[in-house]
Ligand binder design. Structure first.
Ligand SMILES: NC(=O)c1ccc[n+]([C@@H]2O[C@H](COP(=O)([O-])OP(=O)(O)OC[C@H]3O[C@@H](n4cnc5c(N)ncnc54)[C@H](O)[C@@H]3O)[C@@H](O)[C@H]2O)c1
Length: 421
């Protein structure tokens, strides 16, 4: 293949586009967000861990052509869809972005074009919902006139070792020919492609990976609370347990789940399972435990302030880390946003510090926080709360400030003023 289109140039679509461009495949990068397209056309990046120099050289060499013009799909041999798949307000799958994309590209598909969905979703989406809009809009038949496949994205934001080319890519096709086309496409860009039997199998693989994480994080969060009552530190236990060379994999507790994947994706399966008369009890329980973590942290803050003769109301609190995980600037679904809102509802004055988030952008569900600015770390607070273990934070220096610290990340060494949560 000489030229492809990538639709949705976010955390997934942009690095993928750059990887194809690097391997000599020209990419038309399509997005509905005009400001992102303008930024890319100027050779700049809007994602912290993607270097502007990578964008500017790909654009400069004509290997990446950012555009809002979906008719350019007629120029390409493959289209990869990387648009959001959130939950709606009833916590049900919202496929509207995927289906809108399907409608937008369908009229411009040529015979033999390959369409691959990468957005995380429940098994059956590619073969049913996406296929229907593509066939209706193109007048062609999937698996006969054009190829259709699913290949989940596997990104590890914040991990400098996580390179698109090095992460094996699972691929499922509607027909054996669709699978062959998708394997050929990704083999050009990544080192290892893992074919599976169907699009649904590839969709289920992605959900399984994320459900595995969600359930295991819930487990350590529960153990954290039990062990705390026993005077045992979960962080010490995990460090010791992970010396076992087999049968144990370390997961870490925290103030709640964040990011675009783990808090959301499992519920795509929950919803779909109902159609089959099944209840996803592990997923629901994990969701319940993980979602209760901000309240656990707040209970700990309340307790710590109380020990110092203070109430939450009127206290000044600095929250360290707004991003949902260390060393990234992504605050989607971050539990820190929930912590700020709940502490303020209790009457606290809450500031935040985050070297990766100088100003809070507009977010779904927390728009009232937009525009607030990161404050310097200082001892001028009644309590510090460690919500994200950014590399910039040094536990010993934080402890030296002499302020009570509630630490949900096991960052600060044990001391009289340090309370794990
Ligand atoms: N971010 C991750 O680490 C990650 C990892 C694995 C899987 N995923 C999955 O990949 C998908 C994309 O996630 P993301 O993090 O890249 O999201 P994102 O919000 O960073 O990017 C999505 C992009 O799609 C664009 N978009 C929205 N509607 C569009 C449309 N109709 N046509 C064209 N562009 C449109 C948006 O403007 C945005 O630039 C999701 O399904 C997500 O679950 C994300």
């Amino acid at each position: 293949m000489k030229k492809i289109a990538v639709v949705g140039l976010g955390y997934v679509g942009l690095p993928l586009s750059l990887q194809f461009a690097k391997r000599g495949i020209a990419v038309v990068g399509l997005d509905v967000d005009d400001s992102k397209i303008k930024t890319l056309c100027q050779g700049s990046s809007f994602i912290r861990h993607i270097a502007a120099s990578d964008v500017s050289s790909a654009v400069g060499e004509g290997m990446l052509a950012p555009s809002t013009d979906f008719s350019r799909v007629s120029e390409v041999q493959a289209v990869i869809i990387c648009v959001p798949t959130p939950l709606n307000k009833y916590r049900e799958p919202d496929l509207s972005y995927v289906l809108e994309t399907g409608k937008a590209i369908a009229p411009h598909l040529s015979r033999g074009t390959l369409v691959v969905l990468e957005s995380t979703t429940y098994p059956g989406t590619t073969e049913r919902e996406l296929r229907e809009v593509l066939e209706a809009g193109s007048g062609m038949v999937a698996g006969k006139d054009f190829h259709l496949a699913f290949s989940p994205e596997r990104e590890d934001p914040g991990n400098p070792e996580s390179k698109v080319a090095k992460i094996p890519k699972v691929v499922g096709g509607l027909t054996p020919a669709c699978l062959d086309a998708a394997v050929a496409l990704y083999s050009a860009a990544v080192d290892k492609v893992v074919p599976v039997s169907s699009c649904a199998a590839a969709e289920a693989t992605k959900l399984t990976e994320n459900i595995f994480r969600s359930v295991n994080i819930a487990l350590v969060n529960e153990l954290k609370m039990i062990y705390e009552r026993m005077g045992i530190d979960i962080w010490e236990i995990i460090a010791a347990a992970k010396t076992k060379p087999f049968g144990f994999m370390a997961f870490y507790p925290g103030p709640g789940l964040g990011g675009h994947c783990i808090p959301i994706d499992p519920f795509y399966l929950t919803w779909k399972a109902r159609e089959f008369g099944m209840h996803t009890r592990f997923i629901e329980l994990a969701g319940e435990v993980n979602a209760s973590m901000p309240d656990y942290v707040i209970a700990k803050i309340t307790d710590v302030l109380n020990r110092h003769g203070k109430a939450v109301r009127g206290s000044k609190i600095l929250l360290l880390g707004l991003a949902y995980k260390a060393d990234v600037d992504d605050i989607r679904e971050s539990p820190s946003l929930v912590l700020i809102e709940r502490l303020e509802a209790l009457g606290a004055e809450v500031h935040y510090n985050d070297p990766y988030v100088p100003v809070i952008p507009v977010t779904r569900g927390h728009s009232a926080l937009a525009g607030r600015e990161s404050r310097p770390v200082s001892g001028d607070y009644d309590c510090l709360v460690v919500a994200t273990a950014h590399s910039e934070y040094n536990g010993a220096s934080l402890a030296a400030l002499g302020v009570p610290i509630v630490d949900s990340r096991g960052l600060v060494p044990h001391g009289p003023n340090v309370f794990r949560a």
